[in-house]
Ligand binder design. Structure first.
Ligand code: URA
Length: 167
């Protein structure tokens, strides 16, 4: 499973790995976590078609387990090329495996989020994975703080709370 979105996208979301729904459809983030990501994108005043979405792993790990470091390393050349071709203005890492792979760190996602990092000259914001938000809904507020930072960095308007649809 490769990617979804606009080749000229300003914003690139990088997730962890395809799940069962993504494996079946060949499209990233189409299951429950994907529905929530769609809501987050809509709350940002953006359309899914205008961003680019891919994953660290291109294949589903057995039993949906967390990618092993060796698996992330095997898939890294593909992700690196995707980023080089898309040349996004900003990268948003969804969850710990994406943030750790892109930043080459072992830091927990709770410490990586809330700040702007640098990926070879491209700003990178790490935030919680939508699947984590499904299990921990109160953490949505922190993700919205991170998405507001993303919008500011892109020079886009931050929709007022009343304008937000879901997320
Ligand atoms: N979770 C991910 O990290 N990626 C997907 O494509 C789906 C669920």
């Amino acid at each position: 499973m490769f990617a979804d979105g606009a080749p000229g996208a300003e914003l690139l979301f990088v997730g962890e790995a395809p799940g069962a729904d993504e494996d079946a459809s060949g499209v990233p983030f189409v299951g429950r976590a994907g529905q929530l990501l769609n809501k987050i994108i809509a709350a940002m005043g953006m359309k899914r078609e205008e961003v680019y979405i891919c994953n660290v792993l291109k294949c589903r790990p057995p039993d949906n387990r967390t990618p092993l470091p060796g698996e992330a390393a095997e898939c890294w050349p593909y992700l690196r090329e995707q980023i080089a071709i898309i040349r996004p203005r900003l990268i948003c890492a969804l969850g710990s495996p994406a943030a750790r792979t892109l930043l080459g760190t072992e830091e927990p996602i709770g410490r990586l989020r809330g700040a702007v990092h640098d990926f070879h000259g491209t700003p990178l914001v790490a935030t919680y994975h939508p699947a984590y938000l499904l299990r921990n809904p109160p953490e949505k507020a922190k993700v919205w703080e991170d998405m507001k930072m993303v919008l500011r960095l892109l020079g886009r308007p931050v929709p007022a709370p009343g304008d937000r649809k879901g997320g």
